[in-house]
Ligand binder design. Structure first.
Ligand code: NAP
Length: 435
C-alpha cells in the first residue's frame, strides 16, 4: 500500500488525486488536505459567482473523492497545524497544490491607503472567503480604477457593474450583493500598461461587457491602427479580442448609467489621498520591444476604490524551497525534492485555465508512479498517522461527509433562484456539521 498527501483541494489538487487514483487503484490511499473546512479552492473562492457553468466542474471532483481510497481532510493548515517534514514522515509522497492565493504588490507609493485592495482580497470578499468577509471595500465614490488587463480585471469590472437582477442564479455572497446594490460607482477605468494588442483577456469574457444591463464599455479608437493596417486582426490568437475591442468603439451606451473605460498605454505610478485613496497618478506609456516604457506624461484619475489585478503568488511554506522571482515553489517539472512535488499554480505560477491543471496533475502523478511503481509497498502510516497527530493537537479536521452537510445547509439558506448562500465563518460551518 502507498500513501499520498495532496495539499490543497482546488483544481490542481483534485486532478492529481484523480490521476493517482487511476494509476494506483486499490493500492493507494490519498488524502486531499485543505486549510479550510470546505473543498474546491479556486472553484469556490476564485471563479466569479456569475460563472456557474465553470463552477460546475466541482461535480467531477466530487466523483474523485467519492471513490474509495480518496479522503478530503479539511481544516488542517500545513505549515501550521502540521509541518511538511511531518507529512514527509507520514506519506510516501506529498504533492503541494496550494495555488497562488496571495496578491502581488504594485510596489508604488500609496499602496497601503484604505480603498486600495488586491484582487485576491476583493474576489475573496464577493466569493465568501473567510479571510476577506470583513473587507468592506469602499463603494461610496463615483470612480473606481481596476489595474491589469487579464481575466481577473474583467471579472472585477463586471462584478462592480452588474445590477442585483443580473446576479440572479449566481452564488455571490449576500454581504457583497447588498453592498454592490448600494454602490455609487459609475465609472470603472481599467488601466492597461500596454496596448489593445497585448491584453491577456480572452474573447468570451471580454464579450460579456457588451451585454451588461447598466454598463457599457468605452474604448478610444485612437488606440488602434487603421483597420487595414491592424495585423492583430489576422492573428488567430488575437483577432477575436481585438475585434471585440474595436466593436466596443462603436457600441451605443444608450441609457446605461455606468461606464467601463479602457485606458490603454497607462500605468499607475502612485496612489494619493488623505486617509483613503482619492486618485491614481497615471503615466502614459509607449511600447518598446513589446515592453511598456513611461513617456513622462502624467495625469490623475479620481478613484475611491482601486483594485489591482496584476497576478498572484504562492504562499511560502517553511521547509519548502521558494522561487522568489516567480512567486512559486522552486521545482523541476513539478519535482521539488525526494517525495515532494508541486502542481498547478504552485508549480507554474498563476497562468492558464482550470483545464490546464489536468495535464499538469497527470504529469506529476506519472512522476510519482515512476518513482514508486504501483504494486510496490511502503511502510508509511498515511492517513491513520495524520489522524493520530491531529487528535493529539486538538485539530478538528473536517471530512467529505461534513462538507456535504455544509453544502446542504448552504443550499437551504440560498436566496430564491441561487444555488447556495455560502457561509463565510468557521463557526457557521462547524454549526452546519453539528446539525
Ligand atoms: P494575467 O492574465 O496574468 O493578467 C495580469 C495583468 O496584469 C496583465 O495584463 C499584466 O500586464 C498586468 N500587470 C502585471 N503587473 C502590472 C503592473 N505592475 N502594473 C500594471 N499592470 C500590470 O492574470 P490574472 O488576470 O490574474 O489571471 C490569472 C489566470 O487566471 C489567467 O490565466 C487568466 O486567464 C485566468 N482566469 C480565467 C478566467 C476565465 O476564464 N473566466 C477568469 C479569471 C482568471 P502585462 O501583460 O503588461 O504584464
Amino acid at each position: 500500500m502507498r500513501h499520498f498527501a495532496i495539499v490543497g483541494s482546488g483544481p490542481a489538487g483534485f486532478y492529481t488525486a484523480e490521476a493517482l487514483a487511476k494509476a494506483y487503484g486499490d493500492a493507494a490511499r490519498i488524502d486531499i488536505i485543505d486549510k479550510l473546512p470546505v473543498p474546491y479552492g479556486l472553484i469556490r473562492f476564485g471563479v466569479a459567482p456569475d460563472h456557474q457553468s465553470i463552477k460546475a466542474v466541482s461535480k467531477r471532483y466530487d466523483k474523485v473523492v467519492e471513490e474509495s481510497g480518496v479522503r478530503f481532510v479539511g481544516n488542517v493548515a500545513v505549515g501550521d497545524g502540521v509541518t511538511i517534514a511531518e507529512l514527509g514522515e507520514l506519506y510516501d509522497a506529498v504533492i503541494l497544490a496550494t495555488g497562488a492565493p496571495n496578491d502581488r504588490r504594485l510596489g508604488i507609493a500609496g499602496e497601503d491607503l484604505r480603498g486600495v485592495v488586491g484582487s485576491a482580497a476583493f474576489v475573496g470578499w464577493y466569493n465568501g472567503h473567510p479571510d476577506f468577509a470583513d473587507l468592506d471595500p469602499p463603494l461610496d465614490a463615483e470612480h473606481a480604477v481596476v489595474i491589469g488587463a487579464g481575466n481577473v480585471a474583467l471579472d472585477v469590472a463586471r462584478i462592480l457593474s452588474k445590477t442585483r437582477a443580473e446576479f440572479a442564479g449566481s452564488d455571490i455572497v449576500g454581504h457583497a450583493l447588498d453592498a454592490l446594490e448600494r454602490s455609487a460607482i459609475r465609472t470603472i477605468t481599467i488601466l492597461v500598461r500596454r496596448g489593445p494588442h497585448q491584453i491577456a483577456m480572452t474573447p468570451k469574457e471580454l464579450g460579456e461587457l457588451a451585454h451588461l444591463e447598466a454598463a457599457a464599455p468605452v474604448v478610444d479608437p485612437a488606440d488602434f491602427p487603421p483597420v487595414e493596417a491592424d495585423s492583430a486582426l489576422e492573428d488567430r490568437g488575437l483577432a477575436k479580442s481585438v475585434g471585440l475591442l474595436r466593436e466596443f468603439v462603436r457600441l451605443e451606451a444608450g441609457a446605461r448609467p455606468k461606464r467601463i473605460v479602457f485606458d490603454f498605454f497607462a500605468r499607475p505610478v502612485a496612489l494619493e489621498g488623505e486617509d483613503r485613496v482619492e486618485q491614481v497618478v497615471v503615466e502614459r506609456t509607449r511600447l518598446e520591444e513589446g515592453r511598456a516604457v513611461g513617456t513622462g506624461e502624467q495625469y490623475r484619475l479620481p478613484a475611491g476604490l482601486v483594485v489591482s489585478c496584476i497576478g498572484y503568488q504562492t504562499p511560502m511554506i517553511p521547509g519548502v524551497p521558494y522561487d522568489h522571482a516567480n512567486g512559486r515553489f522552486l521545482n523541476d517539472q513539478g519535482r521539488i525534492g525526494d517525495g515532494l512535488y508541486c502542481v498547478g499554480w504552485a508549480r507554474r505560477g498563476p497562468t492558464g485555465t482550470i483545464g490546464t491543471n489536468r495535464p499538469d496533475g497527470y504529469e506529476v502523478a506519472e512522476q510519482v508512479a515512476a518513482a514508486l511503481p504501483p504494486g510496490s509497498d511502503g511502510d508509511k502510516p498515511g492517513g491513520e498517522g495524520l489522524d493520530r497527530l491531529l487528535c493529539e493537537r486538538g485539530v478538528m479536521a473536517t471530512s467529505y461527509a461534513d462538507w456535504r452537510k455544509i453544502e446542504a445547509a448552504e443550499s437551504a439558506a440560498a436566496r430564491p433562484g441561487a444555488p447556495r448562500e455560502k457561509f463565510v465563518r468557521r463557526d457557521q460551518w462547524m454549526q452546519a456539521i453539528r446539525g
